[in-house]
Ligand binder design. Structure first.
Ligand SMILES: [Zn+2]
Length: 448
């Protein structure tokens, strides 16, 4: 009788993904060759060499020997429905772009149908670009929630707060009441969470911000806000109040580990101290900042001071894409230039911005942002076999400096496969194309 009896599969699991490399984002050294991730009921239950997978009996086993498996990207700032304004108004300064193009267009077009179609178009692009969590700030967030839910993508909705009316709400109180209602509806949702999204210091009064802070404390939710996007808004704040916006927000008690300051292209040493001491996060959107010539966030300096920096694309109207691979490459390149230092924001740190740092900024790091047992299986697979990615010395460096979103082949959220070898499983791309085309015809024909 032979003694070489193979081990019998004992544990039944939903899915095993065998990959040429598993980039866990748990540490720079944790790039595991020929490893598999074992998934059951949406969660990662094991990471082990591919040679050992026969200890599990899987309903499905996927082999990607030429690919890298890594945590899905967390796009920490955007306005998904604005994809319908992609390319509508380019090459303009922020206030001209907002006052004369985007705000009039929003006044004319934004309603639940616009948001539904715009968010779906954005979700198609994000899944195809490896984003598994997107952090959104736009009108009719209840519609975005429905679109995200039916497409099985993870999302954080920051409900807008403004002093002026929009198609969604009439007053700051009305915005907040609607935000609270949405928060309560999604309190225990597995994929959708709700926080508050006051637009910017120059569009929200102290009185409204005080209520934002009280509400965030009461419901233990985050606050997500554009801050110091341009020098102009900081100059105007100084003229009006004598203090810079971060100091004002600090005086109002808004800065905390639940606060995400988006942009921060203008920043003094005092503001860096205020952010660092409060535990607030910064969301860096380099391509939007470059396109609007707003300035650049000194990411390396902020990191040296212990501030967590996440990464966002911003809306497609000011980027003009939702491509996190392109964004993280830009982040690394501009960090080097801003710092006059080629060692600033190296490849692994850039990848952190787009994964675990984004998860930390949103308070979701226990659940997503890295590949480790117990976390949700929010994963992407990147094909590293293309000629333009050869020779391959270092998969992390290759992803950051050479790969493109077209190399991303598969996307999973909570173990559910949303894209399989570049085919979307839940969305009909032809429908998306048809409604995008019909909105383009209407919006292009309209005179503001
Ligand atoms: Zn924005």
């Amino acid at each position: 009788m032979s003694t070489n009896i193979p081990p019998q599969p004992s544990t039944e699991v939903d899915l095993i993904i065998c990959s040429g490399w598993v980039i866990t984002m748990e540490s720079p050294d944790a790039v595991l060759e020929d490893h598999a991730v074992v998934i059951h009921q949406g969660r990662i239950i094991d990471i082990l060499p591919c040679a050992h997978i026969n200890q599990y009996k899987a309903k499905e086993t996927i082999h990607r020997p030429e690919h890298a498996l890594l945590p899905g990207f967390v796009n920490a700032h955007g306005h998904s429905a604005m994809t319908l304004f992609r390319g509508l108004a380019d090459d303009l300064a922020l206030m001209d772009w907002l006052n004369h193009h985007i705000w009039p267009a929003e006044k004319s077009w934004v309603d639940p149908e616009f948001v539904e179609h715009g968010a779906e178009l954005a979700i198609v692009e994000m899944i195809r670009s490896g984003t598994t969590t997107f952090c959104d700030q736009y009108f009719f967030p209840e519609t975005t929630a429905l679109v995200a839910e039916r497409n099985h993508i993870r999302c954080r909705l920051n409900t807008p707060v403004l002093d002026f009316p929009s198609a969604w709400a009439e007053s700051a109180d009305d915005y907040l009441d609607k935000g609270i209602s949405l928060f309560k509806q999604h309190e225990n949702h597995p994929l959708i969470s709700v926080s508050l999204g006051p637009h910017a210091p120059y569009t929200v009064s102290d009185k409204a911000l005080e209520r934002v802070m009280e509400t965030a404390k009461k419901y233990q939710c985050g606050i997500h806000m554009h801050v110091n996007e341009t020098a102009h808004e900081v100059e105007e704040a100084l003229k009006q109040s004598g203090i810079r916006p971060i100091e004002r927000l600090n005086n109002l008690g808004l800065l905390s580990p639940q606060f995400q300051a988006v942009h921060m292209t203008q920043i003094t040493d005092i503001e860096i101290s205020l952010l660092a001491n409060s535990g607030a996060h910064v969301v860096h959107c380099p391509e939007s900042n470059l396109k609007l010539a707003s300035g650049l966030c000194p990411v390396h300096q902020l990191q040296e001071e212990g501030i967590n920096v996440a990464l966002g694309t911003d809306g497609a109207a000011s980027n003009n894409d939702l491509d996190m691979i392109s964004e993280l490459r830009t982040a690394s390149l501009v960090a080097k230039l801003v710092d006059h230092n080629p060692t600033a924001l190296p490849a692994y740190e850039a990848l952190k911005l787009a994964t675990i740092n984004g998860a930390k900024a949103l308070g979701l790091a226990d659940d997503i942002g890295s590949i480790c047992t117990g976390k949700s299986a929010d994963l992407i697979s990147i094909d590293l076999s293309a000629p333009e990615l050869q020779p391959l010395y270092n998969p992390v460096s290759q992803i950051v400096f050479s790969a493109g979103r077209e190399n991303i082949t598969d996307t999973w959220v909570a173990g559910k496969q949303l894209m399989n070898q570049r085919q979307l499983n839940f969305i009909n791309e032809n429908d998306t194309f048809t409604f995008a085309k019909s909105w383009q015809a209407k919006i292009a024909a309209f005179k503001y």
